[in-house]
Design a protein around this ligand. Structure first.
Ligand code: HEC
Ligand code: HEC
Ligand code: HEC
Ligand code: HEC
Ligand code: HEC
Length: 470
């Protein structure tokens, strides 16, 4: 009897268990249809989005320009509309990155990847590699109106490497509630007001896992990020204007200026410099000590930021005596590791990997500092290739040197000890300090045939002081 009862209860237990499991599975299945629990499968973003959307899914800027004329003209003048067609972008992708991707498996991903930010329509259409700009394909549209206004968010924790999610179509993502358009729907999306929106392309990690672009991260960790002053506040400032021809006038319509390093006006004054002598009188043959203070007072991130591997920002201090003779004063070293890369030296060579990529035997490299005069302080962060040589190939960067750039809302002091020549004319000596900005180190520009405008130094700031030579 007890044995039978055991068997009976075992049977009951089995049936109950089976029912419970069945119920549980059914419940799980039911729950899985609730969208929030299905998040396990994110929409394609980043590399996974390659080839997911044909070109036709995006409208051209010409369509938007019919009603948003001012924004269209502003955008046309900004580099984000030219980021596939601009000369240096074309040269670097087609003559360096794409061939390098074919030759070196480690960097093979950049053949498609560069386009995730520079030719997003081509990337999403799977048109890889895109044809050269002269072919006139839709790759040329760069970061277009409809691309940005299709971005709904990003996947992951940090915005970087084009991990944006796009939903092109009838509804344009917009920042404001309560607006109407006769042409399209508006999907109100606060994401467009966030710096993360810009970060999807303004942070980049290369195949070696190095952060080769971190404008958004610099901003986030700096005083502007902490104060909630977004990229849009400086690069898309609000003005009383119409956002669309048939719209209402807005007190704060976001201007689509996107001006950066290709706008001299934006660069001028972005770094400030002041200089003073520690003693106002000095004897010939004696030593004058000068202190120059350089401030990044206007950028909400490091200066330079973004394409840091190519930029040269330097401080030049010149003394001119009463007779008009001039001396360029070398900066006093501070003694930190890697400092030699931040002081211009005509003898220093770098960029040897350009020769490897181009298959040049015995290529000795190019002048590391281009035309920067010897002894000037350079505010930079060196990018180092796997052999530890400085490189402008951001995709081939295995390590970074010391970060000696100008941090937002901070000043840097540089001292100059000048041994006043015995033949210096007695009387007033004028000391002039200047900060220069060059978008591309001149030696690389010349070697790669990039037009001079890209390396032409822009004067950011200038200040003069005096001392008396006895
Ligand atoms: C790089 C991405 C980007 C591109 C390219 C871009 N926009 Fe925008 N646009 C934005 C962002 C971000 C905002 C919202 C800014 C804010 O409110 O902080 C915006 C706002 C707008 C607004 C609303 C303005 C307001 O203040 O209410 C209109 C209209 C607009 N964009 C149209 C266009 C058109 C037309 C183009 C092409 C000519 C274009 N956008 C190109 C990112 C972009
Ligand atoms: C036939 C005219 C017309 C065309 C074409 C047009 N828009 Fe608009 N759009 C408007 C009007 C009108 C508004 C409302 C503006 C307002 O009231 O401030 C608007 C608003 C917007 C907004 C702002 C939404 C917000 O939240 O404030 C965005 C973004 C936008 N358009 C993007 C685009 C893009 C991208 C294109 C091209 C693919 C485009 N529009 C084409 C007329 C047009
Ligand atoms: C407080 C104003 C301010 C804020 C906030 C700001 N910027 Fe800038 N940005 C500037 C100024 C000024 C420059 C020109 C000087 C320079 O090149 O750094 C600049 C330059 C740039 C450049 C060119 C950098 C270079 O040296 O090549 C990029 C790209 C850029 N900003 C993107 C962004 C992005 C993305 C954000 C948000 C994460 C942002 N900015 C936030 C003021 C700002
Ligand atoms: C889809 C990718 C993408 C997004 C999103 C994006 N950018 Fe850019 N941005 C680029 C690329 C690519 C360039 C490089 C242009 C070039 O070729 O020099 C660039 C360049 C710039 C520059 C430098 C212009 C110059 O004069 O050199 C500024 C400033 C800038 N972006 C601001 C912004 C801001 C602000 C946002 C967010 C509202 C934003 N970007 C969002 C891809 C993007
Ligand atoms: C994650 C997005 C992203 C990827 C991927 C990317 N870039 Fe860029 N690129 C940018 C942004 C943003 C800028 C603008 C930075 C600035 O203004 O300082 C830029 C600037 C440049 C510039 C400088 C243009 C100039 O004169 O200021 C060149 C050239 C360039 N990229 C080429 C490439 C190549 C080649 C690749 C692939 C190896 C690549 N980029 C990959 C976002 C990207």
């Amino acid at each position: 009897m007890p044995a039978l009862r055991d068997r009976q209860s075992a049977l009951v237990e089995f049936v109950v268990c089976a029912l419970l499991i069945g119920l549980g599975l059914a419940l799980l299945q039911a729950l899985a249809t609730v969208p929030i629990l299905r998040a396990a499968e994110p929409p394609p973003a980043g590399g996974a989005a390659q080839g997911s959307l044909p070109y036709e899914r995006f409208e051209t800027n010409d369509v938007c320009a019919e009603c948003h004329g001012d924004f269209a003209r502003q955008h046309e003048q900004a580099l984000m509309s030219q980021c596939f067609t601009h000369h240096w972008d074309e040269i670097e992708y087609f003559e360096l990155a794409a061939p390098h991707a074919d030759a070196l498996p480690k960097v093979s991903g950049v053949k498609a990847g560069c386009n995730g930010c520079h030719a997003p329509l081509a990337f999403l259409a799977g048109d890889i590699p895109p044809q050269r700009p002269a072919a006139g394909t839709r790759a040329n549209e760069g970061v277009s109106c409809d691309l940005c206004h299709a971005i709904t968010g990003f996947v992951g924790e940090v915005p970087f490497n084009f991990n944006y999610v796009v939903a092109p179509g009838a509804a344009k993502q917009g920042p404001r509630a309560g607006r109407e358009s006769p042409y399209h729907e508006i999907a109100v999306n606060p994401f467009l007001r966030s710096a993360d929106f810009c970060g999807v392309c303004h942070n980049e990690q290369d195949p070696y896992g190095v952060w080769v672009k971190s404008t958004h991260l610099e901003w986030r960790d700096g005083p502007h990020g902490k104060a909630g002053i977004a990229c849009q506040d400086c690069h898309m400032p609000p003005a009383a204007a119409l956002a669309a021809a048939e719209g209402e006038s807005l007190p704060d319509a976001r201007q689509h200026l996107f001006h950066g390093a290709h706008d001299e006006g934006k660069l001028r004054g972005a770094a400030e410099v002041r200089v003073h002598p520690q003693e106002v009188k000095v004897a010939r043959g004696g030593q004058a000590r000068l202190l120059a203070t350089v401030v990044n007072a206007k950028a909400g991130h490091m200066l330079p930021s973004g394409s840091v591997e190519e930029r040269v920002v330097w401080l030049e201090v010149v003394a001119r005596d009463a007779a008009g003779r001039q001396w360029l004063l070398p900066v006093d070293p501070k003694g930190f590791p890697g400092e030699e890369m931040t002081i211009a030296s005509a003898g220093a060579m770098a960029y040897q990997d350009l020769g490897d990529i181009k298959g040049l035997d015995g290529f000795a490299g190019l002048k590391r500092d281009g035309e920067v005069p010897d002894g000037c302080r350079i505010f930079r962060m060196p990018y180092l290739d796997p052999q530890g040589r400085m490189t402008v190939a951001q995709w081939h960067t295995a390590a970074l040197g010391p970060d000696y750039r100008l941090a937002p809302l901070r000043a840097v002091n540089e001292s100059f000890t000048w041994s006043v020549p015995v033949d210096c004319a007695p009387g007033e000596v004028t000391i002039v300090a200047r900060v220069w900005y060059s978008r591309l180190v001149s030696s690389v520009a010349e070697f790669m045939g990039v037009p001079r405008e890209e390396s032409q130094p822009v004067l950011m700031s200038e200040h003069a002081t005096r001392l008396r030579v006895l």
